[in-house]
Design a protein around this ligand. Structure first.
Ligand code: 13P
Length: 240
């Protein structure tokens, strides 16, 4: 059985004073059967590392492919690892859109994550235009083919399906749409890789998504910022 993960992505939100929410989440998820990850802005990872957490693991949100060098403003996978991260999101559609990251960039970043000892959370997703043109599965399989290096293992890779049109829009994909994609991903990636859904996941729609056979958890943006919103999602996953 794939490992179940509830992963939060804080995006460009949060100051050190907001790390109290991570501690609240940590308390709230005690005893639950899934893993809980919060992917923090790079500036907060080291600060969070000093906090007395017992359950929540920490991730970064992107990494450069090189271990060090003349790349102003970038952060390497080794830096994230040293600061206290054990996971890193790669290929998020916001990175692809805002920073022009391509599948081959993402592939190099997955390799960098593994080099540094981080688990890569690889995001893939289609735009509304691609879905309406009937291209969803071919776009997603193309992203996987282009961005996965050799040597994938369930210990080192998590895949998150995040339809671009569902991110931050309040428009969650229907269970039928999610099932179609996740069944195809399972077929392609085998029985052990954890497959997360992301895009407007909230406590109110989480249980329905987690009931699907090939959904092993969620990557949550807005609803991961507050323990009061995120803990019920983690509970729904643990109960599924
Ligand atoms: P929202 O949950 O805010 O839609 O964001 C999803 C996301 O992009 C997580 O990576």
């Amino acid at each position: 059985m794939p490992q179940k993960y509830a992963a939060g992505n804080w995006k460009m939100n949060g100051l050190v004073s907001d790390l109290t929410e991570v501690l609240e989440i940590d308390k709230g998820v005690a005893g639950l059967s899934c893993k809980t990850i919060i992917c923090l802005p790079a500036t907060l990872i080291y600060a969070a590392d000093g906090d007395p957490r017992q359950h929540v693991e920490i991730g970064g949100q992107c990494c450069h492919s090189a271990p060090s060098g003349a790349h102003t403003g970038d952060v390497s996978a080794e830096m994230l690892f040293e600061a206290g991260a054990t996971y890193v999101i790669v290929g998020h559609s916001e990175r692809r859109a805002d920073h022009g990251e391509t599948d081959s960039d993402v592939r190099a970043q997955v390799g960098a994550a593994w080099r540094a000892g981080l688990v890569a959370i690889l995001c893939i997703g289609e735009t509304l235009e691609q879905r309406e043109a009937g291209e969803t599965l071919s776009v997603l399989m193309g992203q996987l083919d282009g961005s996965l290096p050799e040597g994938v293992t369930p210990e080192a890779l998590i895949v998150a399906y995040e339809p671009v049109w569902a991110i931050g829009t309040g428009k969650v994909a229907t269970p039928e749409q999610v099932a179609e994609v996740h069944d195809a991903l399972r077929e392609k990636l085998g029985p052990e890789i954890s497959l997360l859904y992301g895009g407007s996941v909230k406590a109110a729609n989480a249980a329905e998504l987690f009931a699907l056979t090939n959904v092993d958890g969620a990557l949550v943006g807005g609803a991961s910022l507050k323990a009061a919103d995120f803990v019920p999602i983690v509970k729904a996953l643990s109960d599924s």
